[in-house]
Structure formats: C-alpha cells, structure tokens
Design a protein around this ligand. Structure first.
Ligand code: SF4
Ligand code: SF4
Length: 323
C-alpha cells in the first residue's frame, strides 16, 4: 500500500542524504522556453519534493544526466592526459514508465553494443531509479502503442498525494500507469529498404528546418560528435569533449572528401524513422522509440513523428506496387 510521510519529513530525507546521493527530477525552468515568456520543464538536481513537476510531461528527457550535452572526456597537455573529476554521489533519477524503457535502450546502445562505454557505465552502475506514475496520458504520448506504458524495473515508486509523499519499495502498491493514449500508432512488422523510394519523405524536404530539436528532446537519441578544444593561452593544452549531435542537421554524415550519405531533409527523416522503428529492433528486439511524444511536442514545424509512423503502411504498399 505504500508508506505515507509528510512533505516536510520527505524533504528532510533529501537534505540528509544529499552528500551521498544526487537527486534528479523534472523541474520548471521559468522563462527559458522556446518563445518569450514561456517556461521549460527539464531534468535538474532537486533538494525538495516541491521542486518536482508531477503533473506535466518534461519537455526534455533525463538522458542529459547520464549523457551530458557537453562532456569533457579528458584533459591533455604535451606530456600527459588527465581524467576529469567525477561526482562521487550516486545518482537517483525520478522517471516515468516510458523513460525507464528509454533507459533500457540507452543501456543497449552504450553497454551491450560490442563495447561498454566507461563514462556512461560509471554513472549507470550506481543509478537508483524512482518511478513516477502517470495518472493520465499527456498530450502527444503514444506509449501504449509502443508497449512502454508499464514497467517493473524500478527501485522505489513515489507519488505525491494531498501534499504528502507516498513511497513503496516493496512493489506492493500498483503504480499509476496509463492504459490508453489519444495518439495511437501502428508500426509495420517489417519495413523494406525500398521504403527509401516512397514519396512520403518529400513532404519533409519543405517542412523540416533541420533544427535537431526532435533529437535533443528524445530520450533514446544518443549520437554525439567529438571536439578537441585547444586553449587560447597555450594551444598545446586542451580537452576532448563529446557533444550531442543530430541526424536531422545538415552535415551530420559528411565524411572526408565532402561526401554525404543523406543529402535531403526527407532522407534524414527516413533515417531517423528507420532507426527508431525498424533497425534497433532488428539488433536488440525492441523498438528504439518508446512513444514519449516529446519530439512531436517540441518540433517548431509541427511535424508529428507519430503521424509519420502511421504513414508507413501506405508507403510500403506504394513502393511494393512499383517493384
Ligand atoms: S516519441 Fe519521439 S522523442 Fe519519444 S522516444 Fe519516440 S522518437 Fe524519441
Ligand atoms: S524538430 Fe522538426 S523541424 Fe526540427 S529537425 Fe526535427 S523534424 Fe525537423
């Protein structure tokens, strides 16, 4: 049934443990939204339960805690390489069901993909997962279609009820999981490579502005680029960083000689869609997309990834009739 504690007592718990644990949860960042006078909800460190946004979906996901937007991997001089100092505290992250499924996708990509990424592993192995339930579906969610609306992969379930905190470590309480979303998607069982020839991608050539926001909001987009920064006061000293990258942005796939694999925005949209609802499943048995709907909500051109998935069936028929 869960144990109920007052907000005051729950907040004291966070204060008493903040030297050993870093608590991360969705927080409101006033005035930092896309348009003037708009806010944003993203993950940040919290010191009290009052700071947590319980009743709205976060615009950006938790991934920036495990995969920082810009992460220094090492510092170098002519003589030596030094690793950066790391936070000794264990991370505790408040996640909804879809994001716990997204965490599994990150594990597949960063730990089960032939090599283990040591930077991700160092943060991941001490991670404590706190489940936040979803009393109802938020706009643009399609987690039910993607099978990510429920989970048992958490350490403790926490919810706020009438200003008090209820927690359950023994999994006796049934968490609030959504059973239905307004958005529904139908992912075809098999998408042929010839989908490349479909006219469905042409629309994105004119609509998409290659801003990359969809990738940055997505909890399962993990591409990065490497940057060697040379300090201006001594050009032989610097640091290597890995920085988020976006497959929707021009030049993402430009290689030596100026060769590009995906020249148009439609090509890049196709690449993202195939990665999310076809290629990852072939390798790991589950779709990469968890149906959080953040990409739909954040796109400045109102491009809906859910609608795009729903066009695939007709596109498959279109290319098959021309074969
Ligand atoms: S709905 Fe969009 S943002 Fe969410 S996991 Fe799928 S592709 Fe990523
Ligand atoms: S957010 Fe929209 S406009 Fe920006 S790259 Fe993604 S699909 Fe294109």
């Amino acid at each position: 049934m869960g144990i109920t504690v007052s907000l005051e007592k729950a907040n004291s718990f966070l204060q008493d443990h903040k030297k050993e644990y870093a608590f991360y949860a969705p927080k409101l960042y006033p005035g930092t939204g896309t348009f003037s006078d708009t806010d944003i909800i993203r993950y940040g460190e919290v010191e009290s339960f009052d700071e947590i946004v319980w009743d709205q979906k976060s615009d950006y996901s938790f991934k920036e805690i495990l995969l920082p937007i810009s992460q220094t991997l090492f510092y170098f001089t002519e003589e030596q390489v030094t690793m950066p100092k790391t936070d000794a505290r264990k991370p505790v992250i408040f996640l909804r069901s879809c994001d716990i499924h997204a965490l599994k996708r990150l594990d597949q990509i960063y730990l089960e993909n032939k090599f283990e990424d040591p930077f991700y592993k160092a943060l991941r192995e001490n991670l404590i997962v706190v489940l936040m339930g979803c009393p109802s579906s938020f706009d643009t969610c399609f987690c039910v279609s993607m099978g990510t609306n429920k989970t048992e992969d958490y350490d403790v379930y926490v919810k706020m009820v009438d200003g008090a905190i209820v927690y359950d470590e023994k999994k006796e309480d049934t968490p609030e999981f959504v059973e239905e979303n307004e958005y529904k998607v139908n992912v075809p069982d098999s998408i042929p490579a010839s989908i490349k020839q479909s006219k469905m991608w042409d629309e994105y050539n004119s609509r998409c502005i290659s801003c990359g926001r969809c990738n940055f909001a997505c909890p399962t987009c993990t591409c990065f680029t490497m940057q060697d920064i040379f300090y201006s006061d001594n050009a032989k000293v610097g640091e290597r960083r890995r920085v988020w990258a976006s497959c929707e942005v021009d030049d993402f796939d430009t290689i030596a000689g100026g060769i590009k694999f995906r020249k148009t925005k439609g090509d890049r949209m196709r690449y993202r869609v195939m990665h999310k609802v076809s290629d990852h499943k072939k390798r790991f048995g589950v779709h990469m997309c968890v149906g959080c709907g953040r990409c739909d909500a954040i796109c400045p051109e109102y491009i809906s990834f859910a609608n795009c998935i729903n066009k695939l069936e007709d596109a498959i028929k279109e290319v098959e009739t021309h074969e």
